[in-house]
Write a protein that binds this ligand. Structure first.
Ligand SMILES: NC(=O)CC[C@H](N)C(=O)O
Length: 234
C-alpha cells in the first residue's frame, strides 16, 4: 500500500485521540499525524479523523464548542472538496454540530452514560468507509457515550434511508434492528451515517477500540481498511 497520512484532530478534552493514533498506526504504510484544534493547517493529510472524547467538557452540548475551533474551518473546507472525514463518537457529534452531517445527537434515552459492547450491522457497504464489509455484516463494537441518541426530522430520516446514507444500525446478533438493541433510543436504530456525497462518515461506536483481538473484537478494522485502501488507490 502506498504511504498515506491521516490527520487526527486533538481538541481540549479529546480522550480517544491516542487510541485512534494507535489503531491507525497498526496499518502498514499509514501514518497518523496529530493535528491541534487551534492550528489552521491540515498538514497535507489524505484524510481527517475527529476522535472521541469530551471536547470542551461537553459544555452546552457535546461537540457544540469544538465546532468553532479554528481547525474546523479547514476540516469543513476539506470535506467540501470531497476529501474523507471520519468522526467517531464525539467526532460524530462535532460533525453534526458543524453541519457536515444531518440531524442531531441528543441525550441517551434513559439519561445515562452508557459504556458497553454493542452489535451493529453494516447497512450500506458501498461507501469508501465500508466497502470491505459485507452488506448486513454484524459487528461487535463498543460504545461509551451520554449523547448518542440520533435524532432528525421524519423527512430527513426518510431521505437518509432513501439515499443509502445510513451506514450502520444497532441490531441484535442476527442483524435485526430490535428495540432492545437500540440502547440509546436512536431513530431507526441509526448508529452511523454518511453525507450525501459519501465522503463524511460519523458513527457513535468506536471502531478503534475494536481493532485487535486483545481488545475483544477486531470488527472495526475493516472500516479503517476500507478507507486506507481507498486513499492508497488500491
Ligand atoms: N466517547 C465519546 O466520544 C463520548 C462523547 C461524549 N462525551 C458523550 O458522552 O456523548
Amino acid at each position: 500500500m502506498a504511504d498515506v497520512t491521516v490527520g487526527i484532530v486533538v481538541f481540549p478534552g479529546s480522550n480517544c485521540d491516542h487510541d485512534t493514533e494507535y489503531a491507525v498506526a497498526s496499518f502498514p504504510g499509514v501514518k497518523p499525524v496529530m493535528l491541534w484544534h487551534n492550528d489552521h493547517d491540515l498538514k497535507g493529510c489524505d484524510a481527517v479523523i475527529l476522535p472521541g472524547g469530551f471536547s470542551y467538557g461537553d459544555y452546552l452540548r457535546c461537540g457544540s464548542i469544538a465546532r468553532f475551533s479554528p481547525l474546523m474551518r479547514e476540516v469543513i473546507d476539506f470535506a467540501g472538496k470531497g476529501r474523507p472525514v471520519l468522526g467517531i463518537c464525539n467526532g460524530f457529534q462535532v460533525l453534526v454540530e458543524s453541519g457536515l452531517l444531518e440531524g442531531a445527537l441528543i441525550r441517551n434515552a434513559g439519561r445515562k452514560f452508557v459504556s458497553r459492547q454493542t452489535t451493529i450491522s453494516v447497512v450500506n457497504n458501498a461507501t469508501i468507509f465500508t466497502d470491505r464489509y459485507e452488506k448486513g455484516e454484524v459487528l461487535r463494537v463498543p460504545v461509551a457515550h451520554g449523547e448518542g441518541n440520533y435524532y432528525a426530522s421524519p423527512e430527513t430520516i426518510e431521505s437518509l434511508e432513501a439515499n443509502g446514507q445510513v451506514a450502520f444500525r444497532y441490531t441484535d446478533a442476527e442483524g435485526n434492528a430490535t428495540a432492545e438493541a437500540n440502547f440509546n433510543g436512536s431513530m431507526n436504530n441509526i448508529a452511523g451515517i454518511v453525507n450525501r456525497q459519501g465522503n463524511v462518515l460519523g458513527l457513535m461506536p468506536h471502531p478503534e477500540r475494536a481493532s485487535e483481538k486483545l481488545l475483544g473484537s477486531e470488527d472495526g478494522r475493516k472500516l479503517f481498511e476500507s478507507l486506507f485502501a481507498h486513499l492508497a488507490g488500491a
